[in-house]
Design a binder for this molecule. Structure first.
Ligand SMILES: Cc1cc2nc3c(=O)[nH]c(=O)nc-3n(C[C@H](O)[C@H](O)[C@H](O)COP(=O)(O)OP(=O)(O)OC[C@H]3O[C@@H](n4cnc5c(N)ncnc54)[C@H](O)[C@@H]3O)c2cc1C
Length: 313
C-alpha cells in the first residue's frame, strides 16, 4: 500500500492507531511534541472501564473491541497486559448504574455477596477486565512500531494543514493539543491525581466511580486514586487532595494505613462530550477520550482504519 499516513500524537490514541494501520499495510510517520514517558498516557491507572464515555453511543462497540484486543495480548508478558478481577462498588443511596457491564464482550459478572462487600458499600459487582501496565505497554508498543518501520519525528505541529498537504492522510491524535490545533473549545481538561503505594497490597482492581475511588495492583506500585477535576489543566498534585484520597482509601481498605506511600502524580484527561472521531477532508480526527483513553484505544483505532478503507481509498 503506497499511501503515506501521518499521525500527530504519540499517546495511547496515536500509538494504537499507528499499530493498527501499520499492521494493515500503511506507511506511517508519527509526529509528536512529546513521547512516553512524559504524557498523560503515562499517568493512567490504566484498566479497562467505560468512564464518562457513555454519552457517546459509539463507545460501546469501541470499548468491546479494545477489551478483546487487550485480552488477546495477555499471552505475551512483554506487553504488560493481564486480565484482573475488578470489584465495582456502589455506596448506599447512590443510584446504581450497571450498563457498563454491557460494554464488555461477554456479560459475565457476578454480584458480590453481602458479607463480602467492601467497607461502606451497599452493592458490588465482580468481573474481569484488562489491566494495562503503561510502564510496560507503551515502550512495548513503541518498540513494535519501530520494528514495523514506523518513523517517529519529534515536532510541535502548529498548523495541521502544513502536514495535510505533505501526506495523503493525517490522523489527529493530539488530545488536549487539539484545543489549539483545531480551535476546539469543547475539549475540557480534567485533572486526575493519584497516590502510589508499595506494590502487592491487593490482587483485584477496586472502583467506585462516583466518589471517585480506585485501587489498581500494578507490578511496580499500587495506584490509589483519585480525583476528577473539571477545568483544571495542571500536572501538579495538591497535598490536600492527596490527603483526601488517602482517607478514602483507608476507609475502604483499613490495612492500607500501615503501608508505604512511594509517590504520587497528576495527569490531565482530554474530555469531550463525545469523542471526536470523524473525517474532515484528508484529516481523520481521533481525540477527546477523557478518562477512557485505554478503554477506547484500539476500538477507535479500528474505526479510523474503517474510515480510511471506506472513504479515502
Ligand atoms: C489519573 C488518570 C487515570 C486514568 N486512568 C485511566 C484508566 O484506568 N483507563 C483508561 O482507559 N483511561 C484512563 N485515563 C485516561 C487516559 O490516560 C487518557 O484518556 C489517554 O491517556 C489519552 O491519550 P491520548 O493519546 O489521547 O493523549 P496524550 O497521552 O495526552 O497524548 C497526546 C499526544 O499528542 C501530542 N501533541 C499534542 N499536541 C501536539 C501538537 N500540536 N504537535 C505535535 N504533537 C502534539 C502530545 O505530545 C502527545 O504525544 C486516566 C487518566 C488519568 C489522568
Amino acid at each position: 500500500m503506497n499511501q503515506q499516513i501521518a499521525i500527530i500524537g504519540a499517546g495511547i490514541s496515536g500509538l494504537s492507531t499507528a499499530y493498527t494501520l501499520v499492521n494493515a499495510g500503511y506507511n506511517i510517520t508519527v509526529f509528536a511534541k512529546e513521547f512516553s514517558p512524559n504524557l498523560v498516557s503515562n499517568k493512567a491507572a490504566a484498566f479497562w472501564f467505560p468512564y464518562h464515555v457513555r454519552n457517546d453511543v459509539r463507545a460501546k462497540d469501541w470499548c468491546k473491541f479494545s477489551y478483546s484486543f487487550f485480552e488477546q495480548l495477555i499471552a505475551n508478558i512483554a506487553t504488560g497486559i493481564s486480565m484482573v478481577e475488578i470489584i465495582k462498588a456502589v455506596k448506599p443511596n447512590v443510584q446504581d448504574e450497571d450498563n457498563w457491564l454491557n460494554y464488555m464482550p461477554e456479560n459475565s459478572y457476578s454480584i458480590v455477596p453481602q458479607n463480602k462487600l467492601p467497607n461502606g458499600y451497599a452493592k458490588a459487582y465482580l468481573a474481569k477486565v484488562p489491566l494495562i501496565e503503561t510502564q510496560l505497554f507503551l515502550p512495548w508498543l513503541m518498540q513494535e512500531l519501530q520494528l514495523l518501520q514506523t518513523n517517529f519525528i519529534q515536532q510541535n505541529i502548529e498548523d495541521i494543514q502544513s502536514i495535510a498537504t505533505k501526506f495523503d492522510v493525517v490522523i489527529n491524535c493530539t488530545a488536549l493539543g487539539a484545543k489549539q490545533l483545531c480551535n476546539d473549545a469543547t475539549l475540557v481538561a480534567v485533572r486526575g491525581q493519584v497516590l502510589l503505594y508499595e506494590p502487592d497490597l491487593i490482587n483485584q482492581i477496586f472502583i467506585d466511580n462516583q466518589t471517585p475511588s480506585y485501587m489498581v495492583p500494578r507490578k511496580d506500585a499500587t495506584i490509589v486514586g483519585g480525583t476528577y477535576e473539571e477545568g483544571v489543566d495542571s500536572n501538579s498534585v495538591n497535598e490536600n487532595d492527596l490527603k483526601i484520597i488517602q482517607a478514602k482509601a483507608e476507609e475502604i481498605l483499613p490495612a492500607i494505613q500501615h503501608k508505604k506511600i512511594i509517590g504520587s502524580w497528576a495527569g490531565v484527561r482530554p474530555f469531550r462530550q463525545t469523542v471526536r472521531l470523524e473525517k474532515e477532508d484528508n484529516i481523520i480526527h481521533n481525540y477527546g477520550h477523557g478518562g477512557s483513553g485505554y478503554t477506547l484505544s484500539f476500538g477507535c483505532a479500528n474505526e479510523v482504519l474503517h474510515i480510511l478503507q471506506k472513504e479515502i481509498e
